[in-house]
Design a protein around this ligand. Structure first.
Ligand code: MLT
Length: 256
């Protein structure tokens, strides 16, 4: 497998323990701003755009989770960060698990936000390939519109989220869909993670069932669960204070 990293676009705030906030599919770093505002006077916050999203390069081909992990690793090298706390939202949680497996010595702590360790079912994988093909032909509008109500029931967040999704390049959406579809099951990997891990889940999430979060928290050696009743798939926007508090607790335990 060819793992050639790209130079990710990123923004940076504050000083202290490096905390890298990674957005999900098909979004960009701006979703983290309410959490950045609450963290930046305590830690060094870095918010990249993943490959094919936001202002980062959109390459051809499938974006495997391992490849996305390579991009994050390259960013840490570029910023001279030996160890970081990774906060992975949904797809970025999948990429963070790939990072934890490839570079355990570079991980100080992990937050899995609205994410899971399980691979796709064959039906889900198939559906992703069909969607990828459709995006390739018709563009991102349909997938963005169908995803919007699943992200959050909060109407006041809809316009911004739609705008972000519509800005994601076609290549990025297709590459990420295929990459997510081919990701391996990472449940067993959880037992190998030695650093503290907080699992943050919105009780109203219709994309990732709450059960998946509970399973992760049980399998992790040093894991704990933060369930947020008022959140769905976007806890960083729906309950930013709770998310920021959970990340600060993780940073206190992190092994930097
Ligand atoms: C995400 O929010 O990153 C994706 O919807 C996750 C997924 O489709 O599995």
């Amino acid at each position: 497998m060819d793992l050639v990293p790209v130079e990710l676009y990123y923004e940076e705030f504050g000083q202290g323990v490096p905390v890298i906030l990674l957005h999900g599919f098909p979004l960009n770093h701006t979703i983290w701003m309410p959490v950045v505002e609450r963290l930046q006077s305590h830690v060094r916050v870095i918010t990249p755009d993943l490959r094919g999203h936001g202002k980062s390069p959109a390459t051809d081909g499938d974006y495997s989770m391992r490849l996305m992990a390579e991009d994050i690793h390259a960013l840490m090298n570029r910023l001279d960060i030996p160890k970081a706390v990774l906060v992975g939202h949904s797809m970025a949680g999948y990429a963070s698990l790939a990072f934890a497996r490839a570079y355990p010595g570079r991980l100080a702590g992990l937050a899995m936000v609205a994410s899971q360790a399980e691979a796709d079912t064959p039906e889900k994988r198939q559906a992703r390939y069909i969607t990828a093909e459709e995006v390739g032909r018709k563009g991102v509008r349909r997938v963005a519109k169908s995803m919007l109500p699943k992200l959050t029931p909060r109407k006041e967040l809809a316009a911004d989220l739609l705008e972000i999704m519509l800005k994601t390049p076609k290549k990025g959406v297709v590459g990420a869909l295929k990459g997510m579809g081919e990701r391996p099951d990472a449940l067993e990997w959880l037992t190998e993670i030695e650093v503290p891990v907080v699992v943050i889940a919105g009780e109203q999430d219709v994309i990732i069932p709450l059960e998946r979060a509970r399973t992760m928290a049980q399998m992790l050696r040093r894991g704990w669960l933060v369930e947020i009743p008022e959140a769905a798939h976007m806890p960083m926007l729906e309950a930013p204070q709770t998310v920021a508090d959970a990340i600060r607790q993780l940073v206190d335990l992190a092994e930097v």
